[in-house]
Design a protein around this ligand. Structure first.
Ligand SMILES: C[S@@+](CC[C@H](N)C(=O)[O-])C[C@H]1O[C@@H](n2cnc3c(N)ncnc32)[C@H](O)[C@@H]1O
Length: 273
């Protein structure tokens, strides 16, 4: 009889503890382990600043690699964008889905349990990220290959060699204590090569968004200086003239204006050879 009673007690106790475990919601803890980086959430002011810097609109498809509790993707969805968070931790994925549901944006904010290094990001128009430099450096070639004009916004940590186009430090009123700088990169068009330009030739090299080269025309060879791309928009100076132009969607033309030192502005065009 005693043995039976003890058995029943153990069974009831273990059923009760299983039920408590099933009912206990998962609560993430800042600093908890992650596959390639721990979970530390971006503070709300940083999330807002990243959305603002990335100019996220209802036209965008926003992705977060290592999406944690889904806050960047949920914020993007609240601005009308479609979003996809890629997160390795299944508990965080379930939590993100629940939070998206509670925020009323589950139709736009979606989450997959996947390794961020393996996931296809080619359709993203905005990446919203909080990763370590080592992660950012490994992912940089994929970011650089996104469609020109796509925006990458990140909390604090950057990419070796690829200077951000903008940096914004959160104001003191935000009470941000650490990781308080939002960074923006605009994916540049790829324009390295030789271009026909009027009666001359322009030869360009490109490193990330920075452009250098020479223009060979009637006045000899002149260096291309301070060349810079922001998406499809190009600017540089050569022989005292400021050139501004827009790269065509097919990447084979550049059209714009050239303003000489005396203020005279003329149209210019280049075609890829
Ligand atoms: C610093 S947190 C950033 C969370 C969120 N993006 C934010 O801004 O609040 C990094 C997240 O990446 C996840 N993570 C780490 N390695 C990963 C991997 N290989 N694939 C997908 N997620 C990963 C972690 O579980 C963690 O939730």
């Amino acid at each position: 009889m005693r043995v039976v009673c003890a058995g029943v007690f153990v069974l009831v106790a273990s059923m009760a503890s299983a039920q408590t475990a099933a009912e206990k919601p998962f609560v993430p803890v800042s600093g908890q382990a992650g596959k390639d980086v721990v979970w530390v959430p971006s503070p709300p002011d940083m999330v807002n600043k990243m959305m603002e810097l990335g100019n996220v609109t209802d036209q965008d498809f926003v992705m977060d690699l290592g999406s944690g509790d889904g806050r960047n993707i949920i914020a993007a969805a609240k601005r009308g964008a479609r979003g996809l968070g890629v997160e390795f931790n299944p508990d965080m994925v379930a939590l993100s889905r629940r939070l998206a549901q509670e925020a009323g944006v589950a139709d736009k904010a979606q989450f997959v349990e996947y390794d961020m290094y393996e996931y296809d990001i080619s359709k993203a128009t905005v990446m919203a990220l909080f990763l370590l430099p080592v992660n950012m450096n490994l992912l940089a070639p994929k970011f650089y290959n996104l469609a020109p004009g796509s925006r990458i916004v990140a909390n604090t940590f950057g990419i070796e060699g690829w200077e951000p186009d903008e940096r914004v430090t959160l104001p003191p009123a935000s009470e941000c204590e650490s990781w308080c700088e939002a960074l923006l990169w605009v994916v540049p068009a790829k324009i390295a090569g030789t271009w026909s330009m009027g009666n001359g030739t322009m030869t360009l090299t490109q490193e990330w968004q920075m452009v250098q080269g020479t223009i060979n025309a009637g006045n000899g060879s002149q260096p291309v200086a301070m060349g810079r791309l922001r998406g499809l928009d190009l600017s540089f100076t050569s022989d005292g003239t400021t050139f501004k132009g827009t790269v065509g969607a097919d990447g084979r033309t550049i059209t714009g204006t050239a303003t000489a030192a005396n203020g005279t502005t003329t149209a210019w065009k280049a075609s890829k050879k």
